[in-house]
Design a protein around this ligand. Structure first.
Ligand SMILES: Nc1ncnc2c1ncn2[C@@H]1O[C@H](COP(=O)(O)OP(=O)(O)OP(=O)(O)O)[C@@H](O)[C@H]1O
Ligand SMILES: [Zn+2]
Length: 464
């Protein structure tokens, strides 16, 4: 068995050969914590969550680093506009990202470094690059000299001369395409002392320095969304390679969640926040929706597709519940079916793997219909093992805990509602219709719909 991955750098799918047998090291560009996460951000986290789960299943020891960009132009602009300190914006949104990752069942990374905690490492890298003639300081800015590095832009397969020259006359750059690793301090902005003056890091330097610190000079896989290939990843490579690192052996990029064909993006104003989505859809359904298309295919956001995901997942869940009702608890199988494993080995072919899950569910349902308990249990064990790899096993602790708490809460709400309804009945009995109606209105305002039935009043949660 060999895992194959599409490597953006090679522009083809390649057999995965780990640098250290039995281990895999992954660096994923994480959030710029300028705002709360939309579902596109979490798609990226989810795709790589499934990747690491698959490597773990295949017996690899996974080191997974996902950074937090907590200092960046966008955060500083927000701070200046709102008056909220830059670090307050960062911490608040970092928490929102963590809540979203947790809600959707993404395993925590091995390390989650914040950029601002790694300024000494960044200074060290700049010092090395200046010494080797790949970078230079101009009035407190430190620029990377793109012409000094043969092979720059190999990842995105571009010619430097074809890249638009964004430099301004007088900015001191040797070439307008030289990018800032370090930006000279501006009044009112945070800054750190360096041998070249006070200033703050550029985004690209942050990732090169943090990848180097936690994964060393050569690691297995670097990931991020396709929007990061150029300039961010090109510039990360340039810094690292010029510094003497081999850097990433494979480059994996997830496609976007789009709206009307455009990247879902805070700056375009077409984003749907995870915090809003989880009020309307169960997080496990959201995970199914965002995590099951192939990671290199675009997901065009649509309510209809979400409803389809909901009913597809309900088919799986219904089977799980029916078998458990009939046969009691069933543990996941120790191995997933071969066809499922082959699908995931082939560049994480989740759609094909999912088809195997649905086929197994159908077989299990037929076994239930035929009253073949043994076969139904065997199919459920396989289904649980497969769902577990995708982080979608409804019986997994992560999702069950919520369910159990939900059940407890349901009982509590039920007895409270009954108490209130009795008071309403009593008010009616004494012809105090004002009070009876007021009670009903209050229940409705709290999101409950009350129905009077011959068997007495019933309640349920109303539409959100
Ligand atoms: N719509 C999207 N679909 C898939 N991945 C995305 C999407 N938007 C951002 N990402 C990915 O999420 C990760 C974190 O992104 P980052 O915080 O830098 O946001 P961003 O690209 O600046 O987002 P925005 O455009 O909304 O400001 C990156 O790997 C990025 O490629
Ligand atoms: Zn990065």
């Amino acid at each position: 068995m060999t895992i194959r991955l599409y490597d953006t750098s090679a522009r083809q799918t390649r057999d995965f050969t780990p640098l250290t047998p039995g281990c895999v090291s992954i660096y994923l560009c994480g959030a710029t914590v300028q705002a709360a996460p939309h579902i596109g951000h979490i798609r990226s986290g989810l795709n790589f969550d499934i990747m690491r789960r698959w490597f773990s299943y295949r017996g690899y020891e996974v080191t997974f680093v996902r950074n937090v960009t907590d200092i960046d132009d966008k955060i500083l602009v927000k701070a200046a506009d709102s008056g909220e300190p830059w670090w307050s914006i960062g911490y608040r949104n970092e928490r929102a990202f963590n809540d979203a990752y947790e809600a959707l069942g993404c395993l925590p990374p091995t390390y989650e470094p914040r950029a601002t905690g790694h300024i000494p490492e960044m200074i060290e890298m700049m010092r090395g690059l200046i010494e080797r003639g790949h970078a230079y300081a101009v009035e407190g800015n430190v620029y990377f000299d793109v012409r000094s590095l043969a092979g720059y832009l190999r990842l995105s397969n571009q010619e430097l001369d074809n890249v638009p020259n964004a430099g301004d006359a007088g900015d001191g750059k040797r070439d307008g395409r030289d990018f800032a690793m370090w930006k000279a301090a501006k009044p009112g902005e945070p800054s750190w002392e360096t041998p070249w003056g006070r200033g703050r890091p550029g985004w690209h330097l942050e990732c090169s320095a943090m990848a180097h610190k936690y994964l060393g000079s050569h690691f297995d896989i670097h990931g991020g969304g396709i929007d990061l290939i150029f300039p961010h990843h090109e510039n990360e490579i340039a810094q690292a390679v010029a510094y003497g690192d081999d850097f990433a052996a494979y480059w994996a990029h997830n496609a976007w969640v789009t709206m009307s064909g455009e990247k879902m993006s805070k700056s375009l104003g077409n984003s749907v926040l995870v915090s809003e989505m989880v009020k309307r859809w169960r997080p496990i359904v959201l995970r199914y929706y965002l995590g099951t298309p192939h990671y290199r295919s675009m997901i065009e956001y649509s309510e209809e597709a979400l409803r389809e995901a909901e009913s597809a997942f309900a088919r799986i869940e219904g089977f799980v519940q029916r078998v458990v009702e009939k046969a009691g608890p069933v543990e996941p199988a120790t191995e997933v079916p071969l066809a499922f494993a082959e699908a995931l080995d082939d560049d994480l072919g989740v759609p094909q793997a999912l088809a195997i899950i649905h086929t197994t569910v159908r077989q299990g349902n037929s076994a239930l219909t035929a009253d073949d308990k043994e076969s139904a249990v065997a199919r459920l064990a396989e289904v649980r093992a497969m769902l577990g790899v995708l982080g979608l096993d409804p019986l997994d602790e992560h999702w069950c805990d919520d369910g159990e708490r939900g059940d407890d809460l349901h009982g509590v709400v039920d007895s409270l509602v009954r108490l209130v309804l009795e008071q309403r009945q009593a008010a009616r009995a004494r012809k105090d219709y004002g009070t009876a109606d007021a009670i009903r209105d209050q229940l409705q305002q709290s999101g409950l719909v009350i129905e009077d039935t011959p068997a007495g009043p019933r309640w349920e949660l109303g539409p959100r």
